[in-house]
Design a protein around this ligand. Sequence first.
Ligand code: DC
Length: 226
Amino acid sequence: MSPDTKEKIVCIDGPSGVGKSTISRRVAASLSFTYLDTGAMYRAVALKLKNAGVDLEDNDSVRKCLDSISLQLLPASKGSDDVGVILDGCDVSAEIRSPEMAMVASAASALPAVREKLTRMQQEIGKKGKIVAEGRDTGTVVFPGAAWKFYLDADPAVRMQRRADQLRSQGKRVDEEELLAMIIKRDHDDKSRTIAPLCKAVDAHVIDTGLLSIDEVSNAMLAIII
Ligand code: DC
């Protein structure tokens, strides 16, 4: 493994639908590291702001609403790739995973108060090391001193197809055109926001997951880490 001077943290960033969650969980399990799904945290915060009817333009109200937030991440339940999320004592694991909540999370994630709060929480969680952090800015902003950084990418059409298959397997109806438009809009919003935009860390390994299986990507990453 890399020198001890670097934090024992693996960062896996990239746009939605590149297979980050499955791959991150696999890499974390192989290393016996904890999997930190930062996207789940953004989704939960977005749900809290939405339910509280907070005006997202009003930074002070956003800050105040998040002052008292209680957020707990639980390991994924059997047969699921997604971590469980307890928000203020309520299980919101399923509610935060809809495509609509993804869009609300993308909007909320551009807010300074939201990013400050969650970046601090994530850095606190990462203090003990042995973390696989997945998100958009984990290698650039949250853990710039991480020992291993990866940036996963794939063509939007490939990502749309994977997401459509996943939603259909959950018995949901899918409008592929609409889904592709949402993915492209979310990429654009995540990459163009002023604070902590989605971008590759200069020292990240880039992997195109479009032509590779989950196993091939995970093994390529583990070969770099171990
Ligand atoms: O990975 P995900 O789809 O669950 O993320 C939901 C949204 O949260 C995504 O559109 C952007 C935002 N996000 C972020 O801004 N920074 C992160 N580290 C993780 C997610």
